[in-house]
Design a protein around this ligand. Structure first.
Ligand SMILES: Cc1cc2nc3c(=O)[nH]c(=O)nc-3n(C[C@H](O)[C@H](O)[C@H](O)COP(=O)(O)O)c2cc1C
Length: 321
């Protein structure tokens, strides 16, 4: 039972302290723990070269990335983990870019629906299956860390961290919005915050090995969405609303000053981090390909001709106008 703590903050600063505090408790609860700080890691952004998908479709057991930087080292740690605690700083109201770089390279390449479908094909053809570590169910806990006193300067922190759960179908068992760190000075001066992190470490550890539907633990405030517990709601001009993180639909009602959003059980079961949710997206992509490819084939000559305007050196095109 391995719990990995990842800090995207500075060395020995707030994210490190809070993640380590969660790991101390995970260790007490019986986990083998590992900590990694990424601040000096070189993790470039996804260049959409499709190398990872081609590896999947060409029968490779491992799905790596074309860029040989520190991504693979961190990805290996995620594959080995049964539970993950992520602590990351808020930069410009959202989570630091390095987290997004890592997630963009790891997650779509390990989309569970695509990998399950690939394994079905391989089984039928008697070929070697994909690395079984990609299919592990994992529990996660998120800690968003911000310096600002006001919550509206960290409003995209926790929502962005939850994006990590989707493609690999992880289940979050809690999150902590550790803002106001400027005035707090050091997290060590906030015993309640340290306790929340310890609770998160314990919740992740104690969930490992249990089926997702048996785990109802939640550490942190109950948000508007019963799946990700964030407070963001997309309004579409009617009482029909959506959680922009989980992609599930709900019904909004107002009673005096109070606003309530109801998400049915059925909708909760199709949240983006669930298998049905991830299959919805997989099927969407398959259907997209069916519509798009014939159009491109049919219009090939016309498109090749019209594209000359876009592929020619831009300055030359502008001068000729
Ligand atoms: C470029 C940059 C942008 C930041 N933007 C925000 C922000 O929008 N909101 C906020 O609350 N804190 C912001 N901060 C403060 C960090 O979130 C805060 O210092 C946090 O403690 C960093 O985590 P660490 O101590 O683990 O490195 C920013 C810091 C930097 C360097």
């Amino acid at each position: 039972m391995k719990v990995l703590g990842i800090s995207f903050g500075r060395r020995n600063q707030r994210c490190d302290i809070l993640v380590k505090n969660a790991l101390f408790e995970a260790k007490k609860a019986g986990a083998e723990v590992e900590f990694v700080n990424t601040v000096r890691m070189n993790i470039t952004h996804c260049h959409a070269c499709d190398y990872c998908s081609r590896q999947r479709d060409n029968g490779s057991v491992e799905i790596g990335c074309a860029f040989k930087d520190d991504y693979q080292e961190l990805a290996e740690k995620v594959y080995d983990a049964d539970g993950i605690i992520i602590g990351a700083p808020v930069y410009a109201v959202g989570i630091v870019g390095q987290f997004k770089n890592f997630m963009d390279r790891l997650m779509p390449a390990h989309d569970r629906a695509a990998l399950l479908e690939e394994n079905k094909k391989r089984e039928a053809e008697g070929k070697e299956l994909l690395d079984p570590r990609y299919f592990k169910d994992r529990y996660v806990g998120y800690i968003s860390v911000g310096g600002a006193e006001t919550h509206h300067w960290v409003s995209m922190g926790l929502p962005m961290l939850h994006l990590f759960s989707f493609s690999m179908c992880m289940k979050a068992v809690g999150h902590i919005d550790a803002y106001d760190q400027g005035r707090t000075g050091s997290p060590l001066l906030d015993r309640d915050l340290l306790k929340q992190c310890a609770d998160l470490g314990r919740a992740v550890t104690e969930s490992i090995g249990k089926p997702y539907d048996e785990v109802t633990t939640w550490v942190g405030p109950e948000g508007s969405c019963p799946v990700c517990h964030n407070e963001l709601i997309s309004l579409h001009g009617t009482t029909g609303v959506e959680c922009p993180i989980c992609g599930i639909k709900g019904k909004l009602s107002v009673e005096g000053e109070k606003v309530h959003v109801h998400f049915s059980e059925e909708e909760q079961k199709r949240a983006r981090n669930t298998l049905p949710g991830i299959y919805e997206h997989y099927n969407e992509i398959q259907n997209m390909i069916k519509v798009c490819v014939p159009k491109l084939v049919e219009n090939k000559e016309k498109l090749d001709e019209e594209m000359k305007l876009y592929t020619a050196p831009f300055e030359e095109v502008i001068k000729s106008m």
